[in-house]
Write a protein that binds this ligand. Sequence first.
Ligand code: 13P
Ligand code: SF4
Length: 303
Amino acid sequence: AEQNRELKERIAQLKKERNAIILAHYYQRDEIQEIADFRGDSFLLAQKAAQTDADVIVFCGVHFMGESAKILAPNKKVIIPDERAGCPMADMVNVEGLRALKRQHPNAKVVAYINTSADIKAETDICCTSANAVKVVNSVDSDEIIWVPDKNLGDYVSKFTNKKMIIWEGYCNTHDMLTVKDVEEMRAAHPNAQFVVHPECRPEVVKLGDFVGSTTAIIKYCKESDCQEFIVGTEDGTGYQLRKDSPEKKFHFATKYLVCPNMKVNNLKKVARCLETMQPEIYVPEDVADKARLSLERMLLVK
Ligand code: 13P
Ligand code: SF4
């Protein structure tokens, strides 16, 4: 605790010296969320990156999030605590594969989940996050959509659109591990609890949800609901905000495996170190960034 206090003071001082802001995803460790200027889901953090006046953005999340921030704010320095914090789902789609699909479906528009590399975004018509996926798909001016990379979110979205969706076979290791059996066992143990679930989970698990939504939507729902007890079907870092908003309510994570190891690679020591050394810095080649920016900016404009 003493070490954490010293680190937090050091970070606060460096932040001032560098004119930096710290953005933290809801899946980050509690101690990182505590020191963040903004906590949020992928959508909110992309918006904050696009709007900030700071000179430096410290992005505490995974690599594609830092990259999206850099693309949206090309004149800022974007640094991350650890270069190795990647997203396995983002790595499940590659440019060659996507280009081949585009050739097979020349009339389709590409919608990419923000959980993708800059190279994929550069091949994309419009990005989305779990918070706006249905709205984005329905906003696209084509009856045919190539959807990358999350098959589970793709399946969920396909239920709210008449468009034909060609869905890539990627998935989030962490959310995809949750099974119907896990949820049934938790329901038996906590019969008064509602089950809230992220659409990155498998379709048969999502179907069991009393509420389905992005990280921010789940947090908002639990805060505003009259229900006092929840079984949570998303990453365990969301517990920080859920408990902060409603200390009197009970939150049971649906299994102990709902932990994204990549998100947990970051810690306070690494945040302090990156502010000291200004490394590792996110770099996106200009031609890629210019194309990728269009797909992100289109997303930010969808109402
Ligand atoms: P959201 O932030 O959109 O809820 O997405 C969850 C996620 O897995 C981020 O990596
Ligand atoms: Fe990727 Fe899943 Fe981790 Fe999010 S929770 S960063 S989608 S692996």
